[in-house]
Design a protein around this ligand. Structure first.
Ligand SMILES: [Zn+2]
Length: 254
């Protein structure tokens, strides 16, 4: 009888312990958000973001890479750059990756949207937003995108300028670039914090799930390079509008 009561007590205790452990990793957000993949982009409101210390983000990029910059042509093909086209850096090799939540994602490309797609509540859209797109290694489908808002800043040449300067102006055109420091495209370790939510790609086929990591610290490019890229498109640019999800995503602050 006593053993039976003890067993029952342990049975009750185990789910409680598991729940506590899961909550410690990923505290529940206030409100009615979801951790399921929503449509991206979304507005990021610091006031409703949840603190989350874990998991850690490890960025393991090759120190210096060569590659090509292309005015990526996607459906509809040809003609003037469409909203789905972008300026895109394709690094040679596949040595660069990130590790997040115990999963490894390989870097596929770096591309730009102008104006930015994500927006911080209470702020204007940044002139550009850089997306460093990574794909989950292995058979399961999944992406992780590092997002950096790019502001125009005079006299402040950055690694983004190396990718954005003299961009190809006809769809499908490419040019070679050398000696790109991928790590310099994102805020440096120790000085970066970010917001995270689960969403989708922002171009067709809008694949899910995507772990979005949007850095709070912006990057920069010279006003001339921002202008050169933006002028490839009309005033609407190559951004997808903010998506109106029936249930908003839980956004975690790291
Ligand atoms: Zn993108």
């Amino acid at each position: 009888m006593r053993i039976a009561r003890l067993t029952a007590a342990i049975t009750l205790l185990i789910p409680a312990l598991l729940t506590t452990s899961a909550q410690a990793r990923s505290p529940a957000c206030p409100g009615t958000g979801t951790d399921a993949a929503v449509d991206s982009p979304v507005e990021i409101d610091a006031a409703t973001a949840c603190p989350a210390a874990l998991p850690r983000l490890t960025i393991a990029y090759a120190p210096v890479v060569d590659g090509t910059v292309t005015l990526q042509d996607r459906e509809p093909l040809g003609g003037a750059p469409s909203e789905h086209d972008d300026i895109r850096f394709l690094p040679n090799g596949s040595a660069s990756h990130v590790v997040f939540g115990g999963r490894t994602y390989t870097l596929l490309n770096v591309h730009y949207h102008g104006p930015a797609e994500h927006r911080f509540a209470g702020q204007d859209f940044a002139p550009l937003e850089a997306h460093l797109v990574h794909e989950l290694a292995g058979p399961a489908q999944g992406y992780l995108v590092l997002s950096v808002m790019i502001n125009a800043r005079r006299d402040d040449w950055s690694e983004h300028d190396d990718l954005l300067r003299e961009p190809p102006s006809t769809v499908g055109a490419t040019k070679r670039v050398h000696g790109v420091s991928l790590a310099a495209l994102v805020p440096p370790p120790g000085r970066r914090t970010f917001y995270r939510y689960t969403g989708s790609l922002t171009t067709p086929e809008y694949d899910k799930p995507v772990t979005w990591i949007v850095f709070r610290q912006p990057g920069s490019a010279t006003p001339r390079h921002v202008k050169d890229v933006r002028e490839l498109w009309d005033e609407h640019g190559n951004k997808r509008a903010l998506q109106d999800n029936p249930i908003p995503p839980n956004i975690y602050r790291h």
